[in-house]
Design a protein around this ligand. Structure first.
Ligand code: UDP
Length: 239
């Protein structure tokens, strides 16, 4: 396929929850996010894959901290991402955007298995691909999984949407340090050397090694998904 840009959008599971809802997934939030994704995909004519996390449901470290077997706890986290992926698929299809969930943990009744060539084929057919179950291995995060999948499908950009109110990469945590300032652009080397919070270190070094730029932006700001996907200079570009 030709010149269409291919992007992986990473969103945390917590982005799908909200204080306005007691549920682990707030349908209104999912609808807004899906609406923005569908509009951007159609308008910008991009090939878009989404990696969704599971932190609104379960994190491996939560169970491990309470004495659970780490791998078991991580598999619980991966299953949480499948729940989120299905919610996102449903909302995207309500918007008229054909969507396929590709799961790294096989569950044939629920989602297609992740097969690299199949993912690319879906993208070429203008379907949104939602990656579920991270990369299928315990001890990893969906941030690292997003980076891995982006490299595998030869995406040109990884967009990391934040949800905690921090709209990019700062010199320090802006919630704790009022003098912190935001980078428009920052190198992988500086992110690592200064231990700046972008994604986990495994994901960062993977992107650095593979020359995969990351746009960090506030997923919750209205219209921001379209801005980030269109290549607008919002948030911070890490490269
Ligand atoms: N996870 C894993 N391997 C993967 C992806 C995810 O073990 O390849 C587990 C891990 O326990 C993690 C949980 O799934 O805590 C949920 O993913 P993550 O914490 O990345 O979600 P987010 O913080 O983005 O919502």
């Amino acid at each position: 396929m030709g010149a269409r840009r291919r992007i992986v959008l990473k969103m945390s599971g917590e982005a799908l929850a909200s204080s306005a809802s007691d549920e682990t997934i707030d349908a209104a939030v999912v609808e807004r996010i899906a609406g923005e994704i569908a509009a951007a995909r159609a308008k910008l004519d991009l090939e878009l894959a989404v990696m969704v996390g599971g932190g609104n449901i379960w994190r491996g470290t939560t169970g491990a901290g309470a004495g659970m077997d780490r791998a078991t706890s991580d598999f619980m986290g991966m299953l949480g991402t499948v729940i989120n992926a299905l919610a996102l698929q449903d909302a995207l299809e309500h918007q008229g955007q054909p969507t396929r969930v590709l799961s790294a943990v096989h569950m044939a009744e629920v989602a297609e298995p992740y097969i690299r060539r199949r993912a690319i084929r879906h993208l070429e057919k203008s379907r949104v691909v939602v990656f579920a179950a991270g990369m299928g291995n315990p001890y990893f995060t969906t941030d690292t999984s997003a980076a891995l999948r982006a490299a595998e499908i030869e995406a040109g950009l990884l967009c990391k949407g934040t949800h905690g109110g921090v709209d990019g990469v700062y010199t320090a945590d802006p919630r704790l340090d009022p003098t912190a300032s935001r980078f428009d652009e920052v190198s992988f080397r500086e992110v690592i050397a200064r231990d700046l919070r972008v994604m986990d270190l495994t994901a960062i070094t993977f992107c650095q090694d593979n020359g995969l730029p990351i746009r960090v932006f506030d997923l919750m700001g209205e219209g921001n998904i379209g801005r980030a996907l269109s290549g607008e200079a919002i948030g911070t570009l890490v490269r």
